[in-house]
Design a protein around this ligand. Sequence first.
Ligand code: SF4
Length: 202
Amino acid sequence: MTTAKIFGIARHRLTVDGEGVTTLVTFNGCPLRCKYCLNKTSWDMAKGRDYTPESLFEEVKIDQLYFLATRGGVTFGGGEPLLQKEFIKEFRALCGNQWQIVAETCLNVPSEIVEEMNGVLDGFIVDIKDTNPDIYLDYTGKENALALKNLEWILQHGDPKRIKVRVPHIPEYNTDEDVAKSVERLKAMGVVDIEEFTYVIR
Ligand code: SF4
């Protein structure tokens, strides 16, 4: 039986993390250790509540009418949702193709996972941090070559419009110039939907 630890289910999110009305489901477990992470609870695999794809489906289907009327659905976040690929695949089999299933991901996971999930998901919201490897390493504790390679792959294997890439201004880690360089590089890679924003430090 496939289970996963889930630490949050937020309903009725309107065009925040996908088209239409969405429910955000956040998994525990993340390969990165971002300095300003707002979900540090997700780092602890012992926390959260155990769900099966079936129990999650039973809980979130209360909003099915909203999903169908607005072309919304479920956005999986975290933590890193792509680490839960079997769970998401089984969930997709339960909800069918009418719900939009999107992953909010750093893409810093093995390429086989990304390639497999590309056929399961309707869209990706990619938290790319910064394309500069030194800034990324400093901020997340990991290298970014794999994340960029995976981004390139999904851009080449489907409609680029299904991929939103979020580029943060990270206080004390990157400058406006660094962000502009990331945006330029992403555009050159073929990214068409780029959102700049600033991290709020709490
Ligand atoms: S990728 Fe997201 S969940 Fe993971 S450490 Fe960074 S901010 Fe936190």
